[in-house]
Every structure is written in C-alpha cells, then in structure tokens.
Design a protein around this ligand. Structure first.
Ligand SMILES: *Cc1c(COP(=O)(O)O)cnc(C)c1O
Length: 390
C-alpha cells in the first residue's frame, strides 16, 4: 500500500482563504467586460523614486553584488536604518546587534515564532489583522489567541481582557500601528501600557510599524521603540515597501532588542541567504536620500482619502477619518454583513472593496477601501455608489 501523501498538518490549520469568493466574482465580472474600480489592493500604485532605481542599476553592475550577500545584511544598510531611526524617532540603535535586514518585513514577521515559540506556547494576535501573524504562529505549532480590535476602543486591543492563563503561556504579542486594515493609530500612552504588560508576563512584543510614514496633516505615528523600556521587551518590523513604493523589491528590517533579533537571525541563516546586495544599496539610497517623493506621495494619498471620506459622508454612511496608512475602514451601512455588501458593490456598481471579515471575525461589520488608485477613479467610485439601492 502506498502511503497517502497528505500535506502537513500545519498547512491544514490555515483558515480558508476568505477573499477567494471576491476574487472569483472579480474574474467573472471582468470576463463579462465590466469596468471594475478595484479598491481592494493594498499595494502602492505610485512608482519607486528614480534615484532608488539608479542605485539598484549601479549595484547590479558591480560584480561584488553577484555573490551571496552577508546573512545579517550589509552593515551599511543596517547603519542607514539606524540613522533613519535616530532622525525620525530619536531612537538610538546599534547597527551590529540591534538591526537585521529582512526579505520584506513579511518574511521576518512570519519567521519570528519559529525562533521563539514552542508547541503549546500562546501568541497574542490582533483580530482583524494582517494574516501572517497567525500563520507564522501556526507554522511554529504555537497557539493563536486573537485579541479583538473594537471601534469603541479605537481599534486597540484590551490587554486586561487577555485571560490570565493565556497571558501566562504567551511568548509573543503582535501589534501593528498605524494599523492594517483599520487605519487606527496608537499613542505613546498605549505603548507604555504594552511595555508594562509585556514585563509583567514576560512577553516579546513584535510591533509591525509598516505604515508609520504614510501619515497625514502633520500627524507623526510614534515608534514602539520610543517608549521607555520598549527596547527590553520588543522588536519593531519595518520596510521600504509602502513608504517608498517598493513592495516588489523585497527589503525590510527588524530593529530592537538584540537577543530577540539574534533568535530571528539564527532562523534566517538556516533558511535564506539574505537580500541581493544591489537592493540593499538601493535601500540605502531610499533611506538616506531626499525625502521629497514620499512627502509628495503622502499628499496624494491624503487627497484620495479626502475623496473617499467625503463620498461616503455624502451617502450618509459612517466613516472615521484616518490619520495614517492608505486605507479607509468603515462600518457596513444598513446592517449588511461585510461579504454580502462587498458582493453587491461588485455586482451592482462594479466597485471592489474588501470585506472586513476577511481580516478576522472581529472585522465583520466593516469594509476596507484601499487608496491605491487615483483620485479621479475613486471619485467615480463614489459617484457609482450613489446608484446602489441598499
Ligand atoms: C504590506 C504589509 C506588510 C508586508 O510588508 P513587506 O515588507 O512588503 O513584506 C507587513 N505588514 C503589514 C501590516 C502590511 O500591510
């Protein structure tokens, strides 16, 4: 008898892909020739700044780039990261031990539990949230404990609601502010609470600060590492993907507590061989170079945000004005569930939004609009919504 070749149990722990239904409807609508306005994509449409592309070209011409890069990343890239942290957040970091180059922050976020979680350990994960936090935990045979993010709490988790036995078993906690999908932001006061909680229960905080630079009207999201005591309890994931429109380039970094980073680094030396050196050189150009393009991009996203917020308000739909990130997260009108709402938008007016439940059960009752298409198209979408009879 041949043995049945089943996929590993850990893959069967993954929830069904909740966007499959929307993806299928999108394909069908496009096949019918529908002109869809897709506000579902969390990937910047604006181009990478030209001086960054030039640096990649120069790096690619250099034969030294053609060999295996250093595992932990070019020291010059890590130094550029640390200088940037100092300038932007006033946080001092040692590039040798407190910064690690990642193949995009997704990679590091997913690998962190492999370094720190044993079977039966709990990991605290926001719901709704970026799905990689839970997937990385399951792959390490950890137990995911979802922390609901509720609108009445400003989409911050209620740490006091974590059951005592879960807090005792918890090894890691993921947080993400400015937040995907809710666009909520966290204050230094909240982060101080997180530090106290992490100290009390010996938990490693993994803060995903991906959207800290997509900020509006002078609002400056803080780094978790600015919080007194944060360096003792945690790390921060970051990347060039969203700030510099470099999602395809695959370069990110993790900074913070040297011991926690060393664990992640040990996993990485055994599974990957780092980031193409020319891409790291381009990353240095992005971080050290002129910041006028990201500033222009912030204005563009802000203009788009204003079109969507005004459009939804004109319909009489509820919406909070985001201070950061490139999403609008709003309650589904008329008490519809989020999947029904998203399907009806797609089928009746050709507008694609992401149903909140796709980011976790507590996302039910909300939908996400991504500001990754131009303002004119967004304005057209807002016009189309007027034709929807809910
Ligand atoms: C886009 C995104 C990422 C992925 O970033 P990469 O650096 O491109 O891997 C991570 N976290 C959140 C919350 C994101 O939205």
């Amino acid at each position: 008898m041949p043995k049945p070749l089943e996929m590993a149990e850990r893959l069967r722990k993954l929830p069904p892909y909740l966007f499959a239904e929307i993806d299928k409807k999108k394909r069908e609508a496009r096949a019918r020739g529908a002109d869809l306005i897709d506000m579902g994509i969390g990937d910047p449409d604006l181009p990478t700044p030209p001086h960054v592309i030039e640096a990649l070209k120069r790096g690619a011409e250099n034969p030294a780039s053609h060999r295996y890069p250093d595992y932990e990343g070019l020291l010059a890239f890590r130094a550029a990261v640390c200088d940037w942290y100092k300038r932007r957040f006033g946080v001092s970091l040692n590039p040798e031990t407190e910064a690690l180059t990642l193949i995009g922050s997704k990679e590091g976020t997913a690998h962190m539990p492999l370094a720190w979680v044993n079977p039966g350990d709990a990991v605290l994960v926001p719901d709704p949230g970026y799905p990689v936090y839970a997937a990385g935990t399951w792959f390490a045979d950890g137990e995911v404990h979802f922390m609901p993010l509720r609108r009445q709490n400003g989409f911050l988790p209620d740490l006091d609601a974590v059951p005592a036995d879960v807090a005792r078993r918890a090894k890691l906690m993921y947080l993400n502010y400015p937040n995907n999908p809710t666009a909520a932001v966290a204050s230094g006061e909240f982060f101080a609470k997180v530090v106290r909680f992490a100290r009390e229960h010996d938990i490693i905080v993994c803060h995903d600060a991906m959207y800290s630079e997509l900020r509006f009207e002078g609002y400056r999201p803080p780094s978790f590492l600015e919080t007194p005591g944060a360096m003792e309890v945690g790390v921060e994931f970051h990347s060039l993907s969203k700030t510099y429109s470099m999602t395809g380039w695959r370069i990110g970094f993790c900074v913070g507590n040297a011991k926690y980073l060393a664990g992640l680094g040990k996993i990485k030396t055994n599974v990957d061989s780092g980031v193409f050196q020319a891409v790291q050189e381009a990353g240095i150009a992005a971080l050290n170079g002129p910041q006028d393009i990201p500033e222009q991009y912030r204005k563009i996203y802000q203009e788009r945000r204003d079109v969507v917020v005004a459009g939804l308000k004109a319909l009489g739909w509820e919406v909070d004005v985001p201070k950061a990130a490139f999403f609008v997260w709003a309650p589904v009108p008329k008490g519809l569930d989020s999947r029904t709402f998203a399907s009806r938008l797609l089928e009746e007016v050709g507008c694609v939004v992401t149903p909140g439940v796709g980011f976790g059960p507590s996302g039910e009752g909300f939908y996400r609009v991504a500001l990754t298409i131009d303002a004119k198209r967004l304005a057209e979408a807002m016009e189309r919504l007027k034709g929807l009879k809910l």
